[in-house]
Every structure is written in structure tokens, then in C-alpha cells.
Design a protein around this ligand. Structure first.
Ligand SMILES: NC(=O)C1=CN([C@@H]2O[C@H](COP(=O)(O)OP(=O)(O)OC[C@H]3O[C@@H](n4cnc5c(N)ncnc54)[C@H](O)[C@@H]3O)[C@@H](O)[C@H]2O)C=CC1
Ligand SMILES: [Mg+2]
Ligand SMILES: [Zn+2]
Length: 277
């Protein structure tokens, strides 16, 4: 299967092609979608921080205009990336938007060198920002994060954070600390967030997650010992749920949802779900 979205380094000095318009608040969208004729956009005098050549969608060149703030464009509105994830039927378009959002945010946050303070420039042949003063290169930021479904027979340990939609419970997740293995991170996060200990976790699959720049590594672990003790602040509620009486679950296409559905399928003898993209 050939993927419709293919990242590539394109020279932004070149004219033409399509462009996505992004800022912290999301993407510009009109009745034709998120891709605008690039030459037309450039006549609008938008507050452009940076222009990036992103890749190909359906074989067409796609660029990114990263804006300093959400400028008004008649006939268009701004829509957040999460909204696209929840609404978008087109998984390949969401992959493109996730990539664009990560590149746009990274470029915006690397305009100046953290080492010597000089302006940074786009590197010609690789996706990197390079300092004009000291030459240091920065590559797109990706943060490894662990996510784990803890189970005890027919029960799933799910938790909710105060940020979740009402009624929704999910698997446990957290960022890897320097020097830690993925398995150590899984055990630490589970212990910190819900106080229980687990048997050695088993790797299932991964997912690039652009909120804001995580690489999710998904695990399954069997419960070993301990009562639930919730971490104040991060965890609002955590419980054991029977596979026959589950609460609201995370968004389809999230790896959290996949880990849950995979376990249900295995337990109930149903076909396994599709891997999350
Ligand atoms: N795709 C999926 O199914 C799911 C993805 N996630 C993602 O997993 C990641 C971790 O999840 P949570 O622990 O709920 O995240 P979180 O956003 O609640 O972060 C927890 C804490 O970690 C710290 N933190 C933030 N960024 C960090 C970084 N880059 N490195 C180290 N520490 C950092 C902050 O103190 C933050 O309050 C997030 O990116 C979240 O979006 C979480 C659940 C489901
Ligand atoms: Mg966490
Ligand atoms: Zn520098």
C-alpha cells in the first residue's frame, strides 16, 4: 500500500505547490480543506515566522506557513489539531497535519540558539535548524513516552486525569526519564500514578503522537501487587473495570484505545483491531 502522505525536504525558495497554514491555535481551514494554493497565500501578507517544505500529499508538493498568531483570512477558520483527530475520516490527512504541527511548533521554538543566542536557520538538505553563530544543529523534538494497559484477569486498571472528557478513563502513560529503560519507565509510571506493582511489561506496538511531540511505546502488563493509591494532581480517579462494564474510552485511533481493544479481543476471542497508525 502506498501512503498518500510522504514527508520530504523541499526548498521553500521554490514557488508554487500547496500550503498548510499553522500557528499554536491550529490550522487554517476553508470549505476546500486545509491545503491552500501557496502563491495565493503569499499575497495575503500573513505574519509568517517560517516557511518549510514538508513533503508530498497525493503526489503534490506541500509547504507549511508557520504564523506568529492566528491571522484572519476571509472564508476560513482556525481549527485545533485535536479536532482534526476526532473528526477526520482521512487518516492520511491527519498524519500530514500531525507532522506539520510538530515541525511548525519545533521551528517556532528553535528560532534562536539555546547555546549562543544567534538566529537559527533551516538546514538545506536535512530537517534541522542550524545556528548561524556556533553551527549547532537541532533536529525535530520527539519525546519517548510509555503507555501501558495493566490487567488482572477480566479486569482492566484504567484512570482519568482532570483534563479528560467527562466519564472517560484511559491506560497509564508518562515520559521517559534520562537513563531509564522503557520497561523501567513503565513500572515507575504505574507505581507513581496508581501505586500498584506489575509483572515485567510486554511490548505491543508504537504510535507517533503529535500532542505535542510524543512517540508512544505501548505495553501490556499483568498486575502483581498492591492497592490503588492515586497520584494527587495527575490522577483524578483510577479503578479496576470488568471487561463487561467499561467506562467511556479514549479516542479511536489512539494507542490507548488500541491496547484496550486488543486485550478485549484476546479475552473474548474476537478478531484483533487494526494497528493504530
Ligand atoms: N496516544 C495515546 O493513546 C495517548 C497519548 N498520551 C501522551 O503521552 C504523553 C504522556 O502522557 P501524560 O503523562 O498523561 O502526559 P502529561 O501531559 O500529563 O505530562 C505529565 C507531566 O510530565 C511533564 N512533562 C511534559 N512534557 C515532558 C517531556 N517532554 N519530558 C518529560 N516530562 C514532561 C510535565 O510535568 C507534565 O505535567 C503525552 O504526550 C500524552 O499526550 C497519553 C495518553 C494516551
Ligand atoms: Mg502520566
Ligand atoms: Zn549557537
Amino acid at each position: 500500500m502506498s501512503l498518500r502522505w510522504q514527508p520530504a525536504i523541499l526548498d521553500p525558495a521554490k514557488e508554487g505547490g500547496w500550503a498548510l497554514v499553522h500557528c499554536q491555535q491550529g490550522f487554517l481551514i476553508d470549505r476546500n480543506g486545509v491545503l491552500f494554493p501557496r502563491d495565493w497565500l503569499k499575497r495575503l501578507d500573513l505574519p509568517v515566522l517560517s516557511e518549510q517544505g514538508l513533503g508530498y500529499f497525493d503526489g503534490d508538493e506541500v509547504f507549511l506557513l508557520e504564523l506568529a498568531h492566528p491571522a484572519e483570512v476571509p472564508g476560513s477558520v482556525w481549527q485545533g489539531l485535536r479536532q482534526f483527530m476526532l473528526q477526520d475520516e482521512d487518516a492520511e490527512r491527519f498524519r500530514m497535519l500531525g507532522y506539520a504541527a510538530q515541525i511548525g511548533t519545533w521551528v517556532n521554538q528553535h528560532r534562536f540558539c539555546g547555546s549562543c543566542g544567534h538566529p537559527m536557520r533551516q538546514h538545506r538538505s536535512e530537517r534541522a535548524m542550524q545556528c548561524e553563530g556556533c553551527g549547532i544543529r537541532h533536529y525535530p523534538r520527539i519525546s519517548p513516552s510509555m503507555i501501558v494497559l495493566v490487567t488482572r484477569g477480566d479486569e482492566l486498571l484504567l484512570a482519568r486525569s482532570p483534563r479528560f472528557a467527562p466519564g472517560v478513563y484511559s491506560t497509564l502513560a508518562g515520559f521517559v526519564e534520562p537513563g531509564e529503560s522503557a520497561e523501567q519507565c513503565v513500572a515507575r509510571e504505574v507505581h507513581e500514578e496508581v501505586g500498584v506493582s506489575i509483572h515485567p511489561p510486554r511490548y505491543i506496538c508504537s504510535q507517533g503522537w503529535p500532542f505535542p511531540h510524543s512517540l508512544m511505546l505501548g505495553y501490556h502488563a499483568e498486575y502483581a501487587a498492591g492497592d490503588i493509591v492515586m497520584q494527587p494532581e495527575e490522577i483524578e480517579d483510577a479503578r479496576w473495570f470488568s471487561i463487561h462494564a467499561l467506562p467511556g474510552l479514549p479516542a479511536p485511533r489512539s494507542i490507548a484505545r488500541y491496547l484496550i481493544e486488543l486485550y478485549l479481543a484476546q479475552r473474548l476471542g474476537h478478531p484483533e483491531p487494526m494497528l493504530p497508525g
